[in-house]
Design a protein around this ligand. Structure first.
Ligand code: SAM
Ligand code: F3S
Length: 450
């Protein structure tokens, strides 16, 4: 069977990873090639996110728009995956009866069979179960697209923060075995990948089985990945402060391949709110972890997530969050207004911070973080940074782009042959969202590539 596949992805990097794996599986098993135009697709997939209400609403407006494709070409198959699918299951088809396949984050590998079933029987198929980790065993080897790649190492979350749907939509934590992850990284490295980002909803809770039946933690996995020939930069996301064990902190001092950048969500600087959020630590305990990380890796760049307007958050609680920005020295942050999610404990609390006040707090907080971000970018002007050259720049196809260790995009003129190599780049200017630079030197040989 041949045809075209259109995938729209909402939400986190885990979803982006799953979408790429779906495309791989559907190409291999059903011969579907990807298209960027939904009007010419035979299979349309929406990989959904339910972390906040806004994301969830978008699902039904997109599905509404897709109805015309099915009306025009009745053979079209429409599938919905991800967290909204997981949460709604059968109910999703009541609101959008033109959907043929509903699959969850843990059943993406069954998608080719599900689509074949729909085509053969003309009936809808729903499978949002949590069949442990068979997902990874049944997905084809990933195809590298450029010198950077994501590798999912664990699924789900068992932390149950009071505001969050992830444990309900993606299930409890399950880790992939150590040697399977290392084999996937090695396969990517053979295709020219130089930087991997180890992914998981709660990635530092990784406990992967070793061949002799022990459990490897994330620090051990990082040591193994760093030893893979060709892999010269490692990142991981997203972490929980409670899972920053000594070994992982020490890895920042011991593993030069580990980028000096960490995304460590804190959510709030108020101990009272942290308790209501069930984060399991205080603001001071978070700062202690940061201090230990910076002892292991001086100059570590730190990014975080914040929620403002959690139920009962007072002006004093909010000020404590602002104070934490400076105390921790965040370089970057994602920040969100609290959005009550059905089925979570925080949704039972009165959502008592008015929307306008949530918005104001968000703006104040974002301005504070942006000022720190800009100051760091400014201070980088004139310095030489190690950058992995990723490909043509988005702004101008005649330029190249890459990212610094602290995750800033740099655009610079240079030869196409530099792609896939590390280069020393002198930063010449700091713009709002990126840096400009010029090449100082380029690594001469690329490991693994003949
Ligand atoms: N473990 C991952 C993490 O910590 O990033 C996944 C959590 S979620 C995908 C990413 C962020 O969304 C969270 O850190 C939190 O700041 C935010 N978030 C989660 N639930 C939320 C809610 N109900 N309202 C607003 N923001 C929320
Ligand atoms: Fe969500 Fe907290 Fe886990 S934010 S993904 S329940 S660590």
């Amino acid at each position: 069977m041949e045809g075209r596949l259109y995938i729209e992805t909402q939400g986190c990097q885990m979803n982006a990873y799953d979408s790429a794996r779906m495309a791989d599986a559907l190409r291999e098993r059903l011969g579907l090639e990807r298209t960027a135009d939904p009007a010419e697709a035979d299979v349309l997939l929406l990989n959904t996110c339910s972390i906040r209400e806004k994301a969830q609403e978008k699902v039904f407006s997109t599905l509404g728009r897709w109805r015309v494709h099915k009306q025009a070409r009745p053979h079209v198959v429409i599938g919905v995956g991800g967290c909204v699918a997981s949460q709604e299951g059968e109910a999703l088809r009541r609101r959008a009866p033109h959907v043929d396949v509903v699959f969850g984050p843990q059943t993406v590998h069954r998608l080719p069979e599900m689509i074949e079933q729909v085509r053969a029987a003309g009936r809808a198929v729903v499978d949002v179960s949590f069949p442990e980790i068979e997902k990874f065993d049944r997905l084809p080897e990933p195809r590298a697209e450029g010198p950077t790649a994501f590798v999912s190492v664990m699924e789900g979350c068992s932390k149950y923060c009071s505001f969050c749907v992830v444990p309900y939509t993606r299930g409890e934590e399950v880790s992939r075995p150590l040697d399977e992850v290392v084999a996937e990284v090695a396969a990517l490295a053979r295709q020219g990948v130089r930087e991997v980002t180890l992914l998981g909803q709660n990635v530092n809770a990784y406990r992967g089985e070793t061949p002799d039946g022990d459990a490897a933690d994330l620090a051990l996995l990082i040591h193994y990945v760093a030893a893979v020939d060709g892999i010269d930069r490692i990142r991981f996301t997203t972490s929980h402060p409670l899972e920053m064990n000594d070994e992982l902190i020490e890895a920042f001092g011991e593993v030069p391949e580990l980028a000096g950048f960490l995304h460590l969500p804190v959510q709030s600087g108020s101990d009272r709110i942290l308790r209501l959020m069930r984060r399991g630590h205080t603001a001071q305990e978070y700062l202690d972890i940061v201090a230990r990380l910076r002892r292991a890796r001086p100059g570590l760049s730190l990014s975080t997530d914040f929620i403002v307007g959690f139920p009962g958050e007072t002006e004093a609680d909010f000020r404590a969050t602002l104070e934490l920005i400076d105390a921790a020295g965040f370089d970057h942050a994602f920040s969100f207004a609290f959005s009550p999610r059905p089925g979570t404990p925080a949704a039972e609390l009165p959502d008592d911070v008015p929307a306008a006040e949530k918005k104001r707090r968000l703006q104040v907080l974002q301005a504070r973080v942006q000022a720190r971000f800009d100051a760091v970018s400014e201070a980088m002007v004139g310095t030489v940074q190690r950058v992995l050259v990723e490909g043509p720049s988005r702004r101008s196809p005649r330029e190249l782009c890459g990212r610094t260790e602290n995750n800033r995009v740099v655009n610079f003129p240079g030869p196409r042959e530099a792609v896939g190599r590390f280069a020393e780049i002198e930063v010449t200017a700091a713009l709002a969202n990126s840096l400009r630079g010029r090449i100082h030197s380029i690594e001469e040989t690329i490991p693994n590539v003949a």
